[in-house]
Design a protein around this ligand. Structure first.
Ligand SMILES: [Zn+2]
Length: 148
């Protein structure tokens, strides 16, 4: 769908020899801060990326988000950090609809980086929302599975 993003993903896997999101944040020196959902820094979103927050590149993320979804969101913000260098800050909210170009690209990057494997036979009898729930991503993102 986005072959230039596929190329960047291959480059990341080659350069860093990992697709573990926490290791990548370490390598790239982007800080992760888990905070309460009510914290003003999130402005009501699931996460918030700042390219320059007191001279640090940082992602604030809600501290009540489950493993896979947390990895997805961190990859999503990593996409903004790496692909969208013209953006200084970005919010992620799974309830966002009408996604703009950058949000779609970041979701695509995140879903690819998650590297979920599909058992087509097993999934045949499932709805797309059930598959999303199996993978551990929120149903709002199930369009990524259809497009995959
Ligand atoms: Zn975003």
């Amino acid at each position: 769908m986005y072959s230039w993003i596929d190329d960047i993903i291959s480059g990341i896997r080659e350069n860093y020899n990992t697709d573990n999101v926490y290791e990548l944040y370490d390598y790239l020196e982007i800080k992760i801060h888990k905070i309460e959902a009510s914290n003003i820094l999130l402005r009501g979103n699931d996460s918030f990326y700042y390219r320059d927050f007191n001279d640090k590149e940082i992602v604030f993320i809600r501290n009540d988000i489950k493993d896979t979804m947390e990895a997805f969101i961190l990859f999503h913000e990593l996409a903004h950090a790496l692909l969208h260098t013209q953006i200084c800050q970005a919010a992620f909210n799974k309830n966002f609809t009408n996604l703009g170009k950058f949000e779609k690209q970041a979701n695509y990057f995140a879903f690819k980086m998650l590297n979920v494997s599909f058992d087509k036979v097993e999934l045949e009898s499932m709805s797309i929302d059930q598959i999303a729930s199996c993978i551990g991503i929120s149903p709002e993102l199930s369009y990524l599975i259809t497009d995959y």
